[in-house]
Write a protein that binds this ligand. Structure first.
Ligand code: 5RP
Length: 230
């Protein structure tokens, strides 16, 4: 999907931002367009404050001139705008390919609304069929945590797998919070709520990339323009 189309989806989200708003700033290539376009508005006089979901987004936002704050200073935000890896018909999501899922989820949960911007390759019938679920885990007890996540994958009845992100390249990926990511391929996830609870019951799991009942609107870029999913 071309960057131009991602930018169009981002532009639709920017059009919803008004002066005075407190805005969660997502992470990833689509969110990058949003931050860039929002920066243009700020430089033209729009008065907003952003709360970034990653160090990468924080650094881009600073370069764009967007004033930043955090969730210690601002307990609630008006809206967060972020990308996604999979979006189902109920606007449930898989996120975390960029490794920012923990901060993304904290920021989205602190926001009155979450708007997702994506291209149409991200729209799926059921979550999990295409994309592995990122699971952020504590370094301590990694082997044991991985075995427990693998047990969940095996119990899901598919040819699933669990990989430590970055392991094959020799350097495990580290999140902004200093944690690791297990990418767990479940196949189609028929009961996302149940899986969410099972994952969060594993003590070494910090958070996972299932974003359930959090997003109310998605702007999806297609070759024929941007569609709004509600
Ligand atoms: C980062 C994310 C991203 O929002 C997601 O991976 C989508 O990224 P992109 O817009 O580059 O496809 O969840 O943790």
């Amino acid at each position: 999907m071309s960057e131009a189309l991602k930018r169009e989806a981002a532009g639709r989200a920017v059009a919803e931002i008004r002066s005075g708003m407190k805005v969660g700033l997502g992470t990833g290539s689509t969110a990058r367009h949003f931050v860039d376009l929002l920066g243009e508005k700020v430089r033209a006089g729009m008065d907003i404050v952003g709360v970034p979901t990653s160090e990468a987004t924080a650094s881009q936002a600073r370069e764009c001139g967007i004033p930043l704050s955090d969730l210690d200073t601002l307990a609630r935000l008006d809206v967060t705008v972020d990308g996604a890896d999979e979006i189902d018909g109920d606007l449930n999501l898989i996120k975390g390919a960029g490794g920012a899922l923990l901060r993304e989820k904290i920021v989205a949960a602190a926001s009155d609304a979450m708007i997702v911007i994506a291209d149409d390759t991200k729209v799926v019938e059921a979550l999990g069929g295409r994309f592995p679920l990122p699971v952020e885990v504590n370094r301590f007890g990694l082997g044991a945590t991985r075995a427990l996540v693998q047990r969940l994958v095996d119990g899901h009845g598919t040819d699933g797998w669990v990989k430590l992100r970055g392991e094959e390249a020799g350097t495990p990926f580290e999140t902004d919070g200093g944690h690791l990511i297990l990418d767990a391929f479940f196949g189609r996830i028929s009961q996302p709520e149940a899986l969410s609870n099972e994952l969060l019951n594993i003590p070494g799991v910090v958070q996972h990339g299932l974003f359930l009942n959090m997003c109310r609107k998605a702007y999806v870029a297609t070759p024929n323009g941007v569609e709004t999913l509600l």
